[in-house]
Write a protein that binds this ligand. Structure first.
Ligand SMILES: [Zn+2]
Length: 451
């Protein structure tokens, strides 16, 4: 027995060495790959594309260089001078099927660099793997995750049946007029025959991803009151200030009732009409501030109102005309912006999240297969470029795979952890694989009639 063991030692040691070196080689090549993925993300984050002067030249050349390494077809469209939209294409085997569009915006909001722990365009990674940068959540992460997912699908030999497009669009943060709004109206967009769009969502603080099927549309309302001026000591009816204050009180009560539903857990943030005062303008200026013994003849207030797609627009308009700015109180109103809750076909601009929409089921299943979990679908509380796609009657789903992450878009110290970023790539690999392989009925185009 003893002799037999001794004979085995050299063989066993050799086996151990082989196994160990195999382990070292594989783990170092996977960490090399991870390093390359993170460093590509950092490079994109380091390009200063902050409004109002985004460096689109650099972001464009960076995206085009990545597209080249992935052998994707590319073109640069320009609907407004100096605002390039980079369109990449991975042709499918069945070009007659409606395509899949993966959208992301390249611009970011400005930042107050001095209030950050690390420079907003440094893409610094701290010891626990948090990558700090403006755009790390909104939404350079998603743009790069699409490309990394495609890189993996390509290296696994996957071939799409449907054509997959990627649009890297400018100016989302300033309304998308020179970006997606013009893009969807173009001949090029029509030729692409888009069946489904994926666009941005929000981070979630727990382990379930958030997904968005609609968004609230902005109504920017200015109300004005006029009235007889008078001495500051006099009590009289129908002064401009008095009339405006009655309106503000009425708006405040409406706001509180909407907010109460959110506080009570009866409705989600995106399901109520939000109203917030953006400005108040009144008073007669004096060298030391305002004249104090004078009641002004004009006063106005501005409100940012956000209307969910299932809201009753008519009753809100009636409320504005009759309670918030009634002509009986010498008041007038004007919309600085008034989005529609309907699409161009007169239907509610929302994407179905039931069995009538195969893309929804495919997304749920793909995330589940990649070991992710998703929350109940929500209405996005603010605006994204998705609204332009939905207004064309095209289904659009907002999804930025960032679980266990505080919501820091537009905030100081925006960050995303390496771990969540890498997990998100796995989610997209699964989703893009499922979407590009889908050959079932409807596609998305007949859904427009069913919504
Ligand atoms: Zn965004």
């Amino acid at each position: 027995m003893e002799r037999n063991f001794r004979h085995l030692f050299p063989a066993l040691s050799l086996l151990l060495i082989i196994l160990l070196s195999f382990f070292i080689i594989t783990s170092s090549s996977s960490s090399d790959e991870e390093w390359a993925i993170i460093s590509r993300f950092q490079q994109y984050l380091q390009i200063n594309t902050a409004q109002p002067n985004p460096d689109y030249a650099q972001s464009t050349s960076f995206i085009l260089s990545l597209a080249k390494t992935l052998t994707l077809e590319s073109e640069t469209l320009e609907f407004a001078p100096g605002k390039p939209l980079v369109l990449l294409k991975w042709p499918g085997k069945e070009p007659t099927l409606p395509s899949v569009l993966l959208n992301s915006h390249t611009d970011v909001v400005p930042s107050e660099a001095l209030k950050w722990a690390h420079p907003p365009f440094g893409a610094h990674i701290d010891d626990d793997g948090k990558i700090y940068a403006r755009g790390s959540q909104d939404m350079k992460c998603v743009g790069m995750q699409y490309l990394e997912a495609i890189r993996r699908l390509k290296s696994s030999g996957f071939q799409p049946i449907r054509t997959v497009y990627l649009s890297f669009v400018p100016d989302e943060e300033i309304g998308g007029h020179g970006g997606v709004e013009s893009f969807v109206a173009s001949e090029k967009f029509g030729e692409m025959d888009v069946g489904i769009v994926l666009d941005e969502g929000l981070a979630s603080t727990d382990e379930k991803y958030r997904v968005f099927y609609a968004e609230r549309c902005p109504w920017w309302l200015v109300i004005r009151a006029v009235g007889a001026p008078g001495h500051g000591s006099k009590l009289y009816d129908n002064s401009a200030m008095e009339n405006l204050m009655k309106s503000i009180e009425s708006v405040r009560r409406f706001r509180a009732a909407q907010f109460d539903m959110v506080k009570a857990g009866l409705k989600a943030e995106g399901e109520v009409i939000s109203v917030n005062m953006a400005f108040l303008k009144a008073g007669t200026p004096s060298p030391t501030g305002f004249v104090m013994n004078l009641q002004p003849s004009e006063a106005e207030a501005g409100f940012d109102i956000r209307v969910p797609p299932n809201a009753d627009e008519e009753s809100l308009e009636k409320r504005i005309a009759e309670e918030w700015a009634p002509s009986s109180r010498n008041m007038t109103f004007e919309f600085k912006q008034k989005g529609s809750v309907h699409d161009m076909f007169g239907k509610r601009a929302l994407t179905a999240t039931d069995s009538s929409n195969p893309w929804w089921a495919l997304l749920e299943e793909a995330v589940r297969k990649a070991n992710g979990r998703i929350n109940k679908p929500e209405i996005f509380p603010a605006s994204t470029d998705s609204r332009y796609f939905r207004q064309q009657g095209i289904p659009a789903i907002g999804f930025s795979p960032m679980a266990n992450t505080p919501i820091l878009l537009h905030d100081h110290n925006e960050f995303l952890s390496k771990e969540e970023y890498l997990k998100g790539i796995t989610m997209y690999e699964s989703i893009i694989g499922a979407y590009a392989s889908y050959v079932g009925p409807a596609g998305g185009e007949t859904l427009k009639d069913e919504l």
